[in-house]
Design a protein around this ligand. Structure first.
Ligand SMILES: *Cc1c(COP(=O)(O)O)cnc(C)c1O
Length: 424
């Protein structure tokens, strides 16, 4: 008799979970994922998640642990840190935070005192909730002043940032966003931070993969602290908040992550990131990142051809924020109708949105996901056209049925992770 596979074992022991696992895999295969913050994770890095390193308690840092038996774990964590330094040219790196939001809270906790003033981008204009949103712990612990984008250009206005900085004297200035489609002037932010004696923290969770590949400029030379997640354009498994900083801030950052905010790190997560960072140094990853940019341009052109209005008129990165109201009443309705044909997106506020956040006037879409599957510009343009056609025809069931078949056709052509991007 043949040996039972792990999947067969799961089917026998927990058929409900086995079914859900299969259904999620089918969903990912059969739909076109355009969520700008998602990606298909590196197969080798994914292999290391859940490996025997998950059994190891490693409270502390390499060479300074609170438990024995850490000799290989120390090597793993040092390897990951060295690769981060090589990849980003930074002085110090910490990758123990369980996710980027926890890492962000650690930065604020480590470098500031409760009640200090921070200057950050507002959530409704593209910022992140961990940058001081009123309902978030970061918003409750600090005096938060926020900048937005200019109503006219929909871009960050450095004059506004400078005025707010001079008026409020923040201890920390934060830039980096979740739904801002343009490059950020890090040197400009650094000059403002310097002029008021504030730290500059850049949270590049979204476009860090493009930065690692060198296809867009890096914030590392300009910022005191840089933070990011690893599951977006960096194409790693979910979880892990990386913090890079100047050597002078290293102790404060390390102490904030452990023991102030977290206990022991997830060692299998760190092992997976060590491999991921090696992958990010490869020629294949550079080519992938270049393709992400080309594909975002093609997707934007496809959307524009169907009458969608793009915030700032287009994109410099992997993501696009589209005002859907020329074609359909809201982002919520757009998300639902697109999902019904197998195009997965998320509703998103647009700057100066007239609708509440749970409805919104826009959607946010991006190219990292489909690029990992091997989709190139011509079909990316086609996907943009389909997005527009779905929204135009949201009341036409026959048209939607036809589009659903076209979507399934594209999805079937591209398995989940294209071999051309594998560097091994
Ligand atoms: C996605 C994102 C985060 C949060 O990442 P998690 O790992 O999900 O906590 C933080 N900052 C920005 C700017 C993001 O876009």
């Amino acid at each position: 008799m043949e040996k039972e596979t792990t999947l067969q074992m799961l089917e026998r022991f927990d058929p409900v979970m086995a079914r859900l696992l299969q259904q999620e895999e089918d969903r990912q295969r059969n739909t076109l994922g355009l969520i700008a913050s998602e990606n298909y994770a590196s197969p080798l890095a994914t292999f290391l998640e859940g490996s025997v390193f998950t059994n190891k308690n490693t409270e502390g840092y390499p060479g300074r642990r609170f438990v024995g038996g850490c000799e290989f774990a120390d090597e793993v964590e040092n390897l990951a840190i060295e690769r981060l330094k090589q990849l980003f040219g930074c002085e110090h790196a910490n990758l123990q935070a369980a996710n980027a939001t926890i890492g962000n809270i650690s930065i604020l906790h480590g470098l500031l005192k409760q009640g200090d003033t921070i200057l950050s981008m507002s959530l409704s204009h593209g910022g992140h909730l961990s940058h001081g949103a009123a309902f978030h712990v970061s918003g409750k612990m600090f005096n938060v002043v926020q900048y937005g984008v200019s109503q006219e250009t929909e871009r960050i206005d450095l004059e506004e940032v400078k005025q707010l900085a001079q008026q409020h004297n923040p201890k920390m200035i934060i830039c980096g966003a979740s739904s801002y489609p343009r490059l950020i002037d890090y040197a400009g932010f650094a000059a403002i931070a310097k002029s008021v004696g504030a730290f500059l923290w850049v949270d590049c969770a979204h476009d860090v993969g493009l930065i690692a590949a060198g296809v867009i400029p890096s914030p590392v030379p300009h910022a005191d602290v840089v933070s990011f997640s690893t599951q977006k354009t960096l194409r790693g498994p979910r979880g892990c908040g990386v913090i890079l900083c100047r050597q002078a801030l290293a102790d404060k950052i390390d102490r904030a992550v452990f023991p102030n905010i977290q206990g022991g790190p997830k060692m299998d997560m760190i092992a997976a990131r060590a491999v991921l960072f090696k992958e990010c140094m490869s020629e294949e990853f550079k080519l992938y990142s270049r393709q992400v940019l080309l594909n975002a341009q093609a997707l934007a052109q496809g959307c524009l051809s169907q009458g969608l209005r793009l915030i700032t008129g287009g994109t410099d990165t992997h993501l696009i924020v589209a005002d859907v109201t020329p074609l359909i009443p809201s982002g919520k309705e757009a998300e639902d109708i697109l999902n019904s044909v197998g195009i997965v997106t998320n509703k998103n506020m647009i700057p100066f949105d007239a609708l509440p956040p749970n409805v919104s006037s826009g959607i946010r879409i991006g190219s990292p996901f489909l690029t990992t599957r091997g989709v190139k510009e011509a079909e990316m343009y086609e996907v943009g056209v389909l997005v527009g056609k779905v929204l135009q025809n949201h009341n036409q069931p026959e048209v939607l049925a036809k589009i659903r078949r076209q979507v399934a056709g594209i999805a079937e052509k591209y398995p989940l992770f294209a071999e051309e991007w594998l560097p091994w």
